[in-house]
Design a protein around this ligand. Sequence first.
Ligand SMILES: NC(=O)c1ccc[n+]([C@@H]2O[C@H](COP(=O)([O-])OP(=O)(O)OC[C@H]3O[C@@H](n4cnc5c(N)ncnc54)[C@H](OP(=O)(O)O)[C@@H]3O)[C@@H](O)[C@H]2O)c1
Length: 352
Amino acid sequence: MAPMPMPMPMPMRVEDNAVSGKTVCVTGAGGFIGSWLVKLLLSRGYAVHGTLRDIGDKKTAHLSRLDAAADNLKLFKADLLDYDTMAAAIAGCHGVFHVATPVPSQKLTDPELQMLGPAVTGTTNVLKAASAANVQRVVVVSSMVAVEINPKDWPHGKIRDENCWSDQEFCRSIESWYPVAKITAEAAALEYGRETGLDVVSLNPSLVFGPMLQPTVNASNQFLIYFLKGGPDLIRDKLWHLVDVRDVAEALLLVYEAPGAAGRHICAPHFITARELLGLLKSMYPGYPYIAEESICDMDHPAPMTSGKLEKLGWSCRSLRDTITDAVDFCREAGFLEDGAPCRFPPLLNKI
Ligand SMILES: NC(=O)c1ccc[n+]([C@@H]2O[C@H](COP(=O)([O-])OP(=O)(O)OC[C@H]3O[C@@H](n4cnc5c(N)ncnc54)[C@H](OP(=O)(O)O)[C@@H]3O)[C@@H](O)[C@H]2O)c1
């Protein structure tokens, strides 16, 4: 007898997903990491409320084009400093991915206004709105900069894990405002979870490379472009930890879904010095002008970070070579390596 034909599954709409517990909010949905996360969530059947400060076509066209966006993506105009706009986006959600933070490509002129306010008060606004909406879990995107900068009482040669916190006072003393913002926001978020019982977990990605869905170049890809195009800035021969943007999106979903996820999760699988990265890029892509060897200043390397906690939850990632290949090929095809515009190393990455 011929098998009965299987009924075709009906596409789920935002309202259906709300009933099945798969509606989540992504703050900063239009940014580099946010866009890849939205794409992943839609592909896994989630309905997504995405927040952006500007919901004009230029900022949202790449999101509207994603598979399932027509049915399952709803965009909200919201600013981190405006509680009501954030609360409107989070209402009706079972989970929140708090991705938005200013990641400026230029030097800050007013750190409080441009960085600390949105990052720290903004995170509190998101958490309060999540409590009000009774969400099941909030995933806060923190950073390696909250882990690895001058940690107090951490031996130089000891592998850095989730117990390692950057020294906020040191970062403040050298006016490195992005790390100050990330350390303060992550610590406050985890503390808020302990105090209120809201399930809050964090992810600490390293420098993120990869193809871009959004139309403009973000700071971490500018780092890579700067290496290939060359420029006037001195940079330190730091031990850079790197990760692919698509693997960050997978890690965020994993720490959202895994019952065993708790506290911080370092997401920094590859490490390489600036000098070694320059050598690797030159061997893979000869012919670009590149930064000068002499513009890389020597420095001592402490022990690297480990992503073991995340790997124990089941996370795995692409190789460094694949990540670099996909990122550079994307930049080349998009014309970001060929345009004549002068290139600068992102100032926020020069102090860390
Ligand atoms: N890329 C990396 O290497 C890296 C590494 C570790 C951690 N992170 C973290 O990952 C997150 C995303 O970074 P990204 O690399 O994807 O950078 P990005 O492309 O610049 O995205 C930043 C996002 O934050 C939003 N945002 C900034 N200020 C806001 C405000 N006042 N109100 C609402 N939204 C605001 C931006 O929204 P608009 O579109 O409205 O400007 C944008 O969507 C950040 O939390 C960052 O600290 C990034």
